[in-house]
Design a protein around this ligand. Structure first.
Ligand code: GS8
Length: 219
C-alpha cells in the first residue's frame, strides 16, 4: 500500500510551517488540508482530541500531534535524507534544548507582542529582542543553527520570520536594527526552497493579523 502523508494545516501558523519545511527537506510529498479553527473538522477533533490544535500529521492513517514531536517523528521515519538532529547524544540534547527555548520563550513573546498595548507591549518587545539576541549568540559564526546545514532549531525558528514585519509594525521597532545576525540567517534560510516554498509573504501575514485583530482575536 502506498503511504499517505496528510497535514492538518492553517496557513498563517508558524507551527504548521515547521512541518512543511521538514517534509520539504526530506523530499516527502504531502496533502495539506486547511482547517477552519472556528469550526474544527471532525478529522481534527478525532486525530488531536487532547489539544484540538493544528498541526497534525497523519502518516498512513496514524496521527502525530504537537509540532516538535512531529518534527522528531519525521526525522526518524525518513532518516535517510537531511537529518534534522545530529547523531551525537550531547549535540542532540543541545538542539532539543534550543528548540524548546524557541518554543517556550521566542514564540511566546512573538505571539503576545503584537496583540499587547502600552507598557506591556514595551516589555514584550524587550523580551523578544533579548530572546533573539540569545539566539544570535547561539548561532555564533555558523551559517545555520545545525552547522553547515539546516537542523531542528533552524526549522523551528525560521517560520516566525514571516511574522517579523507584523511584530515590528504593531510594536514599532526594527528587528534588523536590534538583531542583524538573525536577519542575515533568515535570508540564508530563505535561499533554501524548503523554506521559501513553505513561508507565506510577510504582507499576507500582516493582512491576516489586521483582520484577526479586528475580529477581536477570534479565529
Ligand atoms: C501549538 C499549536 C497551536 O497553537 C504545537 O503544535 O507545537 N504546541 C502546539 N496551534 C494553533 C494554531 S497556530 O496559532 C491552533 O490550532 N489553535 C486552535 C485552538 O487553540 O483552538
Amino acid at each position: 500500500m502506498e503511504e499517505s502523508v496528510v497535514l492538518l494545516d492553517f496557513w498563517p501558523s508558524s507551527y504548521a510551517m515547521r512541518v512543511k519545511i521538514a517534509l520539504a527537506e526530506k523530499g516527502i510529498k504531502f496533502e495539506a488540508k486547511a482547517e477552519n479553527l472556528s469550526d474544527k473538522s471532525a478529522l481534527l477533533l478525532e486525530t488531536n482530541p487532547v489539544h484540538k490544535t493544528i498541526p497534525v500529521l497523519i502518516h498512513s492513517g496514524k496521527p502525530i500531534c504537537e509540532s516538535l514531536v512531529i518534527l522528531e517523528y519525521i526525522d526518524e521515519a525518513w532518516s535517510e535524507k537531511s537529518p534534522l538532529l545530529p547523531s551525537d547524544p550531547y549535540q542532540r540534547s543541545q538542539a532539543r534544548f534550543w528548540a524548546d527555548f524557541v518554543d517556550k520563550k521566542v514564540y511566546d513573546a512573538g505571539k503576545k507582542v503584537w496583540k499587547a498595548k502600552g507598557e506591556e507591549q514595551e516589555e514584550l518587545r524587550e523580551e523578544l529582542v533579548e530572546c533573539l539576541k540569545r539566539m544570535e549568540a547561539e548561532l555564533g559564526d555558523k551559517p545555520f543553527f545545525g552547522g553547515d546545514a539546516m537542523g531542528l532549531v533552524d526549522v523551528v525558528l525560521v517560520p516566525l520570520s514571516c511574522w517579523f514585519y507584523t511584530f515590528e509594525t504593531f510594536a514599532r521597532f526594527s528587528i534588523e536594527a536590534e538583531c542583524p545576525k538573525i536577519v542575515d540567517w533568515v535570508k540564508r534560510c530563505l535561499q533554501r526552497h524548503s523554506v521559501s516554498s513553505s513561508l507565506p509573504h510577510p504582507n499576507m501575514i500582516y493582512d491576516y493579523a489586521l483582520q484577526f485583530k479586528r475580529k477581536g482575536f477570534a479565529y
